[in-house]
Design a protein around this ligand. Sequence first.
Ligand SMILES: [Zn+2]
Length: 116
Amino acid sequence: MRCEEIRELLPAQEGRGEATLTVRRHLSRCPECRAELARYEALGSAMRSLESHTVEPPPGLAPALAAIPTRSGVVTGARRHVTRNRRAYAGGLAAIAVAGTGAVVWRARARRLAAA
Ligand SMILES: [Zn+2]
């Protein structure tokens, strides 16, 4: 087999420890393909070490994340606020209702005047 054919098989050989007889024969007499296999093994080893590498969060991140209000927290807070200020909201709604009624009366009166 030629080097190009062997090198296509090398990624599959990495980490297995056992190569086919043809590959082993070629590797025993070809330093370039041995070097290529060594590069694959180094890369594979680095990739495996990344899998188990844990990263410590920077100090202060956990409290900062905990301080972010969740969606349900915002809704709960808004409900609590409305409950506490129910009178003010009821008064505001009453004022809006009165203003709406006034606008309707004013419109009807304006129409009557325009028709006359
Ligand atoms: Zn070769």
